[in-house]
Design a protein around this ligand. Structure first.
Ligand SMILES: [Zn+2]
Ligand SMILES: [Zn+2]
Length: 102
């Protein structure tokens, strides 16, 4: 997989970890080459829980390597911000707890 931004091809490191970074952008797994990692306009998807860009995209879900938060990949496809729906559900759940409903 080439760098999503500049199209550079990944070369296998002689030893040690690859300097290439994995991320998720618009619900798709992308690779970022070391040069492009210095750019500030990467527009990577961020974790809804901790804000990290160290995400991995699996079948139907996106997992945060930083905090382990997993969300469904389809959540973002509607172009709606994902937070309000989650927030509404959380508020509802919290209200239910407060009101003693389960
Ligand atoms: Zn690049
Ligand atoms: Zn996270």
């Amino acid at each position: 997989m080439p760098c999503y931004r500049c199209g550079a091809r990944q070369t296998d490191p002689v030893r040690g970890a690859s300097p290439w970074k994995r991320g998720v952008r618009a619900e798709a797994q992308v690779l970022i080459c070391p040069a492009c990692q210095r750019s500030h306009d990467l527009e990577l998807d961020t974790c809804a829980a901790c804000g990290a860009t160290t995400l991995i995209c699996r079948l139907g879900e996106i997992e945060c390597r930083s905090c382990g938060h997993v969300r469904n990949a389809e959540e973002n496809l509607s172009k709606e911000p994902p937070l309000p729906a989650d927030l509404a559900a959380e508020v509802e759940a919290a209200l239910s707890r407060v009101l003693g409903r389960s």
